[in-house]
Design a protein around this ligand. Structure first.
Ligand code: NDP
Length: 305
């Protein structure tokens, strides 16, 4: 069974127990502002998975032109609503909300309901190795490594990307599993050589096919976090060989989803996560698990008061 499906199965008894004990299921409120087509797909998948597992999952939409104050007011309303244990604000927010909108809104989410683990309080707990709610994408990647029995202790892990959402929490989770971690970014000198020394290589860059064979040590485990949509035939032709699956998918649909890792890497790596169908479904499974974790943690805290 695929890893994401096993995570969903593992969480099922926790949902049943919570619902029986509290007379309601764990609840997730999802805030979606504007009409970003990719966000629509992500949000639909998250709600379908969380609701399909027996939790409550409700979507709250805001107009493309909504001011940041409206989003903040909605988050405060969800913070105060006892039916919601978890709040997810889908990124990116419309540009009209302002440059610092994302940070302001993530900071406004009650840390106890912070299903994405983006609040500074939860980031601090992660850094101190006492995690409560951790960012879903890196958490999903770690879950995969653990469930697949990939050794981490003493291994060299290289994370390409240093975002707050993926790169940094990924590095921290690997560090806490006793990897020796190198974090790379757009200013890193000699990137292919550093990447080539990795036993575990995580690509979270946002550049299609960026990680090629010369970035990868033979036998290394490669996790491809990137999700990039190619719509230009020239890009597809440049990146993928004639007769390849990606070319065929593009010919059929006029666009194709590709990761940050070039498909040729499969020939040299020990294992590579596919795009689509790899880290994406794991992220969604972790939204479900974090919703249940948030509900349980809140119930425990209330009982202790
Ligand atoms: P960001 O744009 O926030 O960060 C990208 C990182 O990549 C930055 O740290 C940047 O470096 C680095 N980078 C960019 N260009 C290069 C380069 N030429 N060489 C080395 N490093 C480079 O992206 P995110 O972290 O949010 O997302 C990364 C990818 O993962 C995207 O494709 C995104 O769509 C995908 N994603 C997938 C998810 C899933 O569920 N599968 C969830 C979240 C994201 P610098 O800091 O120097 O600018």
């Amino acid at each position: 069974m695929a890893c994401a499906a096993r995570i969903r199965d593992d969480v099922a008894p926790r949902i049943a127990a919570f619902t029986e004990r509290h007379g309601r299921p764990p609840g997730l409120g999802v805030v979606l502002a504007g009409q970003n087509p990719a966000s629509e797909v992500y949000v639909r998948n998250k709600i379908k998975t969380v609701a399909g597992a027996g939790c409550r999952a409700e979507l709250f939409r805001l107009d493309q032109s909504a001011p940041v104050e409206e989003a903040l007011a909605l988050v405060r309303r969800l913070n105060a609503d006892e039916a919601f244990d978890a709040i997810l604000v889908q990124s990116p927010l419309p540009e009209g909300m302002g440059k610092d909108a994302e940070q302001r809104i993530f900071d406004a989410v009650d840390p106890a309901k912070d299903v994405d683990g983006f609040h500074p309080f939860n980031v601090g707990l992660l850094v101190q190795k006492r995690p409560a709610l951790v960012a879903c994408t890196p958490l999903g990647c770690i879950e995969l490594l653990e469930r697949e029995g990939i050794a981490m202790k003493g291994r060299h892990a290289v994370v390409i990307g240093r975002s707050d959402i993926v790169g940094k929490p990924m590095a921290m989770l690997l560090l806490h599993r006793d990897c020796t971690v190198t974090i790379c970014h757009s200013r890193t000198a000699g990137l292919p050589e550093i990447a080539r020394s990795a036993d575990i290589l995580v690509a979270a860059i946002g550049r299609p096919g960026f990680v090629t064979r010369d970035f990868v040590k033979p036998g290394a485990t490669v996790i491809d976090v990137g999700i990039n949509t190619l719509t230009d035939e020239a890009d597809v032709t440049r990146l993928f060989a004639a007769g390849s699956k990606k070319r065929a998918a593009f010919a059929e649909k006029g666009s194709v989803l590709v990761g940050d890792v070039h498909p040729d890497v499969e020939e040299i790596a020990g294992a590579v996560t596919p795009v689509p169908g790899g880290v994406g479904p794991l992220t969604v499974a972790m939204v479900l698990r974090n919703t249940v974790t948030a509900a349980e943690l809140r119930a425990t805290r209330k009982a202790a008061m």
